[in-house]
Design a protein around this ligand. Structure first.
Ligand SMILES: C[S@@+](CC[C@H](N)C(=O)[O-])C[C@H]1O[C@@H](n2cnc3c(N)ncnc32)[C@H](O)[C@@H]1O
Ligand code: SF4
Ligand code: SF4
Length: 372
């Protein structure tokens, strides 16, 4: 149950699940090369970290090599903006030469022909890029930088023309919601996968500003019933529920819920995240508990994270472990902690979306039972 950070790495996740399910090792990892960025998005969780003293190339190589020794197979580089680092190429080539799969999360506005040549020589798994709006006005309402839309579109053309594998992400917020279906259609026409992020989360320091831009649960659910792919997914769920029990979350996740663990996911179990100031987190969101790799070794940090995340049990008050709507819910404990300073304080956004999905599926089951 490794971390899924872009659509592409699903096949590697399946491979890890099938072959190494019970092994605790950092098979996948995220590296935040820098929190600095050439854009200034309204919702960016990384803004509080812009003054980090970024790790040096040597520090990167050292922690990367340690992770490879401990089992690293697949990783992603993120920011901030990765292409603002003058030594990006050196880090990328180092990782590729170690035989690790590398995906890149980037706004691509600084991507140029030189990068294209680099990716031809050392193929990238996928470039996962965010399309913040369909028009210049809505895109730049999010990014806050004039001229950024044009740069984004030019870079997209460059990727397309040169057959570099990429996927689009859309972070749905009140600033750009009118563009959601336009971007979806644009992606379909290009034939690229697209991820829609509906649960905008707090900043790394717990600031709730980004959450104020989040859609209402009703508007988020609307996507489930208007988007053809999503709608079909929930209809299939209804069909399968009619014929027997199914689990929408991976088996191991459900098992961990039932055993009373607080974190059901891969956090600090088969995944780790390295911040740009060389701290180790369980995942990108869990910025509230870190181990400083400038003060201790990877193994010490890995042991620390095990106690803090993998072994942590919930209390009897925790609603999620006994929740009937759990199979319709994509809640994240790190979100709760960031927002409320309490891992067990449930965010009502997730509950309402789950309730709406369940109602939809139950109505669909009634319809199917009547033979409609
Ligand atoms: C931090 S960015 C780094 C990569 C690159 N700069 C970009 O924007 O694509 C990684 C992804 O996180 C998303 N993101 C940033 N802040 C977020 C938040 N508060 N909630 C949800 N997603 C967020 C971005 O929109 C982007 O898709
Ligand atoms: S482009 Fe990415 S890192 Fe930069 S401000 Fe936007 S979300 Fe944050
Ligand atoms: S619906 Fe609410 S209580 Fe149930 S699992 Fe989701 S967040 Fe937890």
């Amino acid at each position: 149950m490794a971390e899924r950070y872009c659509m592409h790495n699903q096949s590697m996740n399946d491979f890890i699940d099938e072959n190494f399910e019970d092994i605790r090792a950092p098979f996948t990892a995220g590296f935040e090369l820098t929190a600095k960025c050439n854009l200034n998005c309204v919702h960016c969780y990384a803004k509080p970290d812009r003054n980090h003293q970024d790790f040096t190339l040597d520090e990167f190589k050292s922690i990367f090599d340690t992770l490879v020794e401990r089992g690293l197979l697949d990783c992603y580089f993120t920011g901030g903006e990765i292409f603002t680092r003058p030594d990006f190429e050196k880090m990328y080539v180092h990782a590729k030469k170690k035989g690790v799969l590398v995906s890149l999360l980037s706004n691509i506005t600084l991507l140029n022909q030189h990068h294209i040549e680099l990716f031809k020589e050392y193929p990238v798994e996928v470039i996962s890029t965010s399309m913040y709006g369909y028009s210049e006005a809505s895109y730049e309402k999010v990014t806050g930088v004039k001229g950024s839309f044009r740069k984004f579109m030019n870079a997209l053309e460059l990727l397309q023309k040169n057959d570099i594998k990429y996927e689009l992400k859309f972070v749905a917020m009140e600033q750009n919601i009118d563009d959601l279906y336009k971007v979806r259609e644009f992606g379909n026409k290009l034939g690229v996968p697209m991820v829609v992020i509906l649960d905008v989360h707090p900043m790394s320091d717990g600031s709730m500003e980004p959450v104020s831009f989040r859609l209402t649960p009703e508007a988020a659910f609307d996507f489930d019933v208007r988007d053809e792919g999503r709608k079909q997914f929930w209809k299939d769920v209804a069909k399968e529920l009619l014929t027997g029990e199914i689990e929408l979350r991976p088996q191991r996740t459900i098992q961990r819920f039932r055993e009373g663990y607080l974190y059901p996911c891969s956090i600090a179990n088969q995944h780790v995240f390295i911040t740009s100031d060389l701290k180790m987190q369980g995942c990108v969101r869990a910025s509230y508990r870190k181990f400083d790799l400038r003060k201790g070794s990877f193994d010490e940090g890995w042991t620390y994270l095990q106690k803090e995340f993998v072994e942590k049990k919930s209390t009897l008050n925790y609603k999620c472990n006994s929740c009937e709507n759990i199979r319709f819910c994509e809640h994240c404990v790190a979100n709760f902690m960031l927002a409320y300073g309490d891992e067990e304080q449930v965010d009502p956004f997730f509950c309402r979306v789950a309730e709406l999905r369940r109602n939809f599926v139950e109505d669909e089951i009634k319809r199917l039972a009547k033979g409609e």
